[in-house]
Structure formats: C-alpha cells, structure tokens
Design a binder for this molecule. Structure first.
Ligand code: NAD
Ligand code: ZN
Ligand code: ZN
Length: 350
C-alpha cells in the first residue's frame, strides 16, 4: 500500500510500504476513506516527539471501512463505516475502566499509539488494535468529513477544554487561541449554554472563523494592551471569566488565562507547552481556583455524534481544504503554512 512515512526530522515521503494485516485476534483491518493532518504531526516532523522513529507511518485521525476483523472482535464487523479514534484502549486495565484510556497500561501507558508508536492513518489501510473499543460506527446522515473531526480535534477541545473547564449554563468563557483546538472548544461550549464565549487570537481570519463557530465576542491581541484585563471587563461584575481555556501552549497565554479568571474560576489548559510556565501560587492560592490539563481520552465520540444529529455542532466547518490522499505531500505544505492559506483542517479522501 501507499502511506505517508516519517524519515526523521523534516523528512517525509508518500511511498510504498508493506500492507498491514491482522496480527492479534482483537485487531481489525480498516481501509482509510478520509483522513486529515494534525498540528501534532507537524511537531513530529520537527523532531519534537522522539518516540516516533524513522519508518513510522504518520496520522491518528481517520474514517474508514472495516475490511476484516480478528476472531476476538465481537462488536465491530466487516463493511462498517467507522471513526478511527486517536486513542486506542484495551478496555480492561484500570485506566480504561475509569474512563482515562489516554493512559491505557496495556498499550504501554499511552493510548495515543497511531502515528506515534504504531503505524497510523495517513495510509491506504491501517491495522487497529483492540478494534472493538477504538472504532466507532458512523451513523447514517453523518458525512466522512464531519466524522473525521471526531477522531481527535473535537474530543480534544470538548474534553480537555470544555469538560475540564466545567463550562455550564450562563458561564462567561474565554478561549485563548482560535486554532482548530480552540475552535473545537468554542463549537462544543456553545450547546452548554455559555452566556458569552470570547475568542482571543491575533489572526483576523481565525477570529472571523471563531464567530462562525459560536464565539459571541473576539479580542484581537494586537488591538489591546492587557488581554486579561479586557477579559475581566467582559464579565458581568468585572471580577473575571468563569472559565479560561488555554489553546495555544506558550507561557504568555497560560498567564493570560490565570489573570482572567474570577475567584472560584477554572483554567483548562489544552495547549502543549514546550517551556515551563510561571504559576504564582503566592497570590493564586487565595482565589479558590482550579487548573486542569491533560491528554484527550476520546471517550465523548458518541456524545459528539449526538450533537451532530441534533444540529448543535457542524464539524464540517473545519474542512477548509480538500485533497486526494495521494496528494498528501501538498496537503502537508498547505497545513504547515496554515495562516497563509487560511487553513483550519485539510481533508484527504481516498
Ligand atoms: P494552532 O497552532 O493551529 O493554533 C494556535 C492559535 O493560537 C493560532 O490561531 C495562533 O494565531 C494563536 N496564538 C498564538 N499566539 C497567541 C497568543 N499569544 N494569544 C492568543 N492567540 C495566540 O494549534 P491547534 O492545532 O489549534 O492546537 C492548539 C494547542 O493544543 C497546541 O499547543 C497543541 O499542541 C495542543 N493540543 C493538545 C492536545 C491535548 O490532548 N491536550 C491535543 C491536540 C492539540
Ligand atoms: Zn492530533
Ligand atoms: Zn487499557
């Protein structure tokens, strides 16, 4: 088959590799019909994720058709159209049982294995471990383009941003960073009845997208001196926002979130940080705040499918660019220069 192969920092190729096959009875073989590229793939290509070794097929998002299942599979069947979740799970270890398969111990302590520790979804076919648990059938009426956003991007914004932020009816929510992850948080916060969702970014195209995705207000970081103060002023009593979702991953935005929340508020940090951040506990302790962060578990896929069916979310809005799978080298170039191309997600179809 053909696949997008990592060959060390800065090196990738669309090339012929061995066909995957069923190895364990709990495996399934899936033909990829639709896939996409994640910011994490760009991090891997920069050499930021040393666990990814040369020769690895990249990709952890996809929608496909089950071709074959191992003898141990009982739920998933050949012919089903499925979402390949970015998180695999054995379903029986302690972490899987408590709903945190991001730390599945059977898979080596991390549920994110595709395009990381095993070959991924930017390929014609993929071998899926523990297929009964990690493949979610796509209901009729949901398109591939909608479904592929449920592999990673929407669960990430929803689980680590909105759910960890405990967004509730009437809340004033700040989302700092309006890239795909921040936009996913905006899109999934809206159905919960937040009274205000304020998108913060410096890119006018992304701020415009944020409004289309459900933001009620925007702050352009180039237009205000003190973003946190501006956010506090947008709460009814001026004390601060109820929830601040960090979706960038740099020290400045973490600080903005801490400074913007009210006493009793929550910072949900989704961004992956490459540097330490400052946490002034000497003044923060007295404010009864909560800080949560983590790796997506992708346990909300079915809930998100329900929101699509109810027309509460429209994930196809993420798809700004379309390519054939065989054009994935060009698709990477576009996604790597996303701001220049006004790109959110590039969708690749077989
Ligand atoms: P992205 O780079 O596409 O988007 C980041 C956005 O932040 C851009 O629109 C940029 O203009 C904006 N930005 C940059 N500096 C800013 C600042 N100072 N203030 C406000 N906005 C600023 O990234 P993405 O794909 O949306 O991902 C966002 C973060 O989430 C990344 O750090 C990514 O690694 C992380 N992530 C975390 C998980 C998880 O499981 N926790 C999963 C996926 C991605
Ligand atoms: Zn991802
Ligand atoms: Zn497990």
């Amino acid at each position: 088959m053909k696949a997008l192969v990592f060959h060390g920092p800065g090196e990738r190729a669309w090339e012929e590799v061995a066909d995957p096959a069923i190895v364990e009875p709990t495996d399934a073989l899936v033909r990829i019909d639709t896939t996409t590229i994640c910011g994490t793939d760009l991090h891997i290509l920069k050499g930021d994720v040393p666990a990814v070794t040369p020769g690895r097929v990249l990709g952890h998002e996809g929608v496909g058709t089950v071709l074959e299942t191992g003898t141990g599979c009982t739920r998933v069947r050949a012919g089903q159209r499925v979402i390949v979740s970015c998180i695999c799970k054995c379903g029986t270890c302690g972490y899987c049982k408590q709903g945190m398969p991001s730390h599945c111990q059977t898979l080596g302590g991390i549920g994110w294995v595709f395009g990381h520790l095993i070959d991924g979804t930017q390929a014609e076919y993929v071998q899926v471990p523990f297929a009964d648990n990690g493949l979610v059938p796509v209901p009729p009426g949901v398109s591939d383009e909608q479904a592929v956003m449920l592999s990673d991007i929407l669960p990430t914004g929803y689980e680590i941003g909105v759910q960890y932020g405990a967004v509730g009816a009437g809340d004033v929510v700040a989302v700092v960073g309006a890239g795909p992850v921040g936009l996913a948080a905006i899109m999934t916060a809206r159905p919960l009845g937040a009274s205000r969702i304020i998108a913060v970014d410096g890119d006018p195209f992304r701020l415009e997208a944020a409004c289309a995705f459900g933001a009620t207000d925007v702050i352009d970081i180039g237009a205000v001196d003190d973003v946190a103060a501006a956010l506090r002023r947008m709460s009814p009593d001026g004390l601060g926002v109820d929830v601040a979702i960090e979706a960038v991953g740099v020290p400045a935005t973490f600080t903005t979130c801490l400074d913007a929340i009210r006493p009793g508020g929550v910072v949900a940090n989704v961004g992956v940080h490459g540097k330490p951040v400052e946490f002034p506990i000497q003044r923060a302790w007295i404010d009864n705040i909560t800080i949560r962060t983590g790796l997506v578990n992708a346990t909300t896929t079915e809930d998100l499918l329900g929101l699509i069916a109810a027309h509460e979310i429209a994930p196809e809005r993420f798809a700004t660019h379309h390519f054939k799978l065989a054009q994935i080298m060009d698709a990477y170039d576009v996604f790597a220069a996303a701001a220049d191309h006004h790109a959110l997600k590039v969708v690749l179809t077989a």
